[in-house]
Write a protein that binds this ligand. Structure first.
Ligand code: NAG
Ligand code: NAG
Ligand code: NAG
Ligand code: NAG
Length: 404
């Protein structure tokens, strides 16, 4: 812990400013407003939630009739937060992989200050460096949590290539309803290695920080932990929409309707994206994307002999959550009804055709060779098959393939 003093006023400052700032923290009776004392950052093992504690300045202990407030600034991972409180402790979430810096001022008011608020000129400050333990840079990378249709949350991570092969990874989590950090209830494996955690059911509360830590050990020693903090409502990926309908109106208007994806996400929290693909006069498909808050979309008149296809996906809109993942796309529907293969050819299907074509040609060539060998062998027994083949296919590169 260290007590830092702000270098009150620079030399270049005008005398006026000097007087003003001096009066800021000096009372009429000659008393100065001192910063709080015994500032302490306590880590109760809540994976990033730290408790900041302090004591009022001793010099103001007898001024019981004058209310004291504390002006707290804290810096962590490029963010700066400011709060004012009358209490002598405060809890906040920090990224434990970054420096934690806390700065504290006293604010005095009431009869002692003629009912104005006076802030201490000096502050008390504590800077806590991250606890660097572990041998590998980080245990894991690309940590991501997806709250599937608000039914269960899966958190997954990627393996750090520098991690020793025998590493055993663990995930711990904490939120304010828990006394202590708990270990993952159900790990997800890729092969033998733990690659995620499945929080089944509504086991995590919404609208509160959930702190995660992935750490681990190996024969070479402990791995450096990774800390993440998030709120579940910002990780939602709605389920896909199953039911999509098209109806045509009298004036060749096309209306597309769909159901809310069944599941935990309230319908009024969803926004939708409709992908409209259309076959143009040159038989080329073009597509547009339309965003809507409703579960229907009406399109202006369409050409009767043009193919129009639609699919829909959803996400939680910004009035319900800060962030969301897009759902998977629904099945496409088309007007007039066509098989989707025509409209959106799978990239694999082109390759499949190629494979089939190559196989057919190969089989044909092989049969031809075999046929030729037997034909020639039966007619002129004295000739060697190899030389016969050479004669037959002297200009063909296929020969080497058959020969091999
Ligand atoms: C506060 O009052 C007590 C007893 O009245 C006195 O001993 C002490 O010195 C005072 N402290 C300050 C900072 O004035
Ligand atoms: C306190 O404030 C009042 C009005 O704001 C002023 O008249 C008075 O002189 C002030 N007293 C002191 C001691 O500054
Ligand atoms: C996680 O749990 C849910 C619900 O029990 C289940 O549907 C899902 O398949 C699980 N995920 C994995 C990767 O095991
Ligand atoms: C991982 O973190 C948990 C919770 O903070 C802790 O109890 C455990 O000792 C840590 N394990 C390693 C190997 O660092």
């Amino acid at each position: 812990m260290l007590m830092a003093c702000k270098s009150g006023v620079t030399h270049q400052a005008a005398l006026m400013l000097l007087l003003l700032s001096w009066r800021d923290s000096m009372l009429c009776n000659g008393l100065t407003v001192d910063p709080p004392e015994d500032l302490l950052i306590v880590d109760p093992g809540h994976l990033g939630r730290l408790e900041i504690r302090w004591r009022p300045p001793a010099s103001l202990a007898n001024l019981t009739e004058c209310p004291k407030l504390y002006h707290l600034e804290y810096f962590n991972a490029d963010s700066r937060n400011v709060i004012r409180t009358s209490r002598i402790s405060y809890s906040a979430n920090f990224d434990l992989m970054k420096d934690v810096r806390v700065r504290l001022y006293t604010l005095l008011s009431g009869p002692c200050t003629n009912d104005t608020v006076i802030k201490s000129k000096r502050y008390t400050e504590v800077v806590q460096k991250p606890l660097i333990t572990g041998i590998v840079a980080v245990a894991v990378q690309d940590f991501i949590c997806v709250y599937h249709n608000m039914e269960y949350m899966e958190c997954k991570w990627g393996r750090n290539p520098k991690m020793p092969a025998d590493s055993q990874l663990k995930l711990y989590f904490w939120h304010k309803e828990l006394q202590q950090a708990q270990e993952c209830p159900k790990y997800i494996f890729s092969g033998e290695v733990r690659s995620g955690c499945n929080f089944t059911g509504k086991s995590l509360p919404d609208f509160t920080d959930i702190n995660f830590c992935v750490n681990g050990s190996s024969r070479e020693g402990p791995l450096k932990p990774t800390f993440i903090s998030l709120q579940t409502q910002n990780q939602v990926k709605p389920g896909p929409t199953d039911n999509l309908y098209l109806q045509t109106g009298s004036d060749r208007q096309l209306e597309i309707l769909w159901d809310n994806s069944a599941g935990g996400v309230p319908g009024e929290c969803l926004e939708w994206e409709v992908e409209h693909s259309q076959e143009g006069p040159d038989k080329k498909m073009t597509s547009e994307h339309i965003l809507t808050m409703e579960t229907r979309l009406r399109l202006p008149s369409i050409h009767e002999n043009q193919i129009n296809c639609f699919r829909v996906r959803s996400k939680v809109h910004k009035y319900c959550a800060a962030t969301s993942f897009w759902s998977d796309w629904s099945y496409p529907v088309c007007h007039p009804v066509v098989r989707m293969k025509e409209v959106a050819p799978e990239p694999e299907s082109d390759m499949a055709y190629l494979y089939i074509a190559v196989s057919v040609i190969a089989i044909l060539m092989l049969s031809l060779c075999v046929w030729a060998v037997f034909k020639v062998r039966s007619s002129k027994q004295e000739k060697k098959p190899y030389s016969l083949l050479n004669t037959l296919f002297s200009r063909s590169s296929i020969l080497t393939v058959v020969d091999a």
